[in-house]
Design a protein around this ligand. Structure first.
Ligand code: AMP
Length: 187
């Protein structure tokens, strides 16, 4: 099964992706994690994106599209892809369709974790204490949420017409969200 987890920062995509990875013996593709890795390695990509990341602004489609390609074309990961934080723009969504088609794959499930701004602010402030992420200060949180909502609205419209699109109340507790997800993932 290939699954897209969709939802604003703090909606619980990372947590639920990790659950799905275990359950399905699958592979998480978190573009946020991949980008943070580039920064930690101080690679050319890392140097080019550090300011965007710290300011909560989206990194260019070209860079993220390139980062996910290796996963999609890896035969061992075929039909075992959990997308966490990608696609986030219409151009990324189109790119994904194209490379999945090229590799003979589909999206089997699109999970939209829909969550209020207030819940997100509370969650990210908690995570800030636990993980100490540099892009987690309050101003950045609001900026990331607003950027996400503005940029991803067209992506949401694009996917909401798909019969595999499922909306889940992301304000629920983690376990409750997992239980809802389980009803869509039957193995
Ligand atoms: P995340 O860990 O998913 O919340 O992502 C953290 C930051 O990484 C975002 O605020 C963006 O700056 C960048 N980022 C992650 N995924 C993408 C993506 N698909 N497209 C553009 N920027 C991204």
């Amino acid at each position: 099964m290939n699954i897209i987890l969709f939802g604003p920062p703090g909606a619980g995509k990372g947590t639920q992706s990790k659950y799905l990875v275990k359950k399905l013996n699958a592979f998480q593709i978190s573009t946020g994690d991949l980008l943070r890795e580039e920064i930690n390695k101080n690679s050319d990509i890392g140097k080019a994106i550090i300011n965007h990341m710290n300011d909560g602004i989206f990194v260019s489609d070209e860079i993220v599209n390139k980062l996910i390609e290796n996963f999609v074309f890896d035969p061992q990961k075929k039909n075992k892809l959990i997308f966490d934080g990608y696609p986030r723009s219409l151009s990324q969504a189109r790119n994904l369709e194209e490379i999945l088609k090229k590799s003979n794959q589909n999206i089997d499930l699109i999970l939209f974790l829909n969550v209020d701004k207030e819940t997100i602010i509370k969650r990210i402030e908690k995570r800030k204490i636990i993980e100490n992420r540099s892009d987690d200060d309050s101003d950045t949180i609001v900026r990331r949420y607003d950027t996400y909502m503005r940029t991803t609205q067209p992506v949401l419209n694009f996917y909401s017409k798909n019969p595999n699109f499922k909306e889940i109340d992301g304000n629920l507790e983690i376990d409750e969200i997992t239980r809802k997800i389980d009803t869509f993932v039957n193995v």
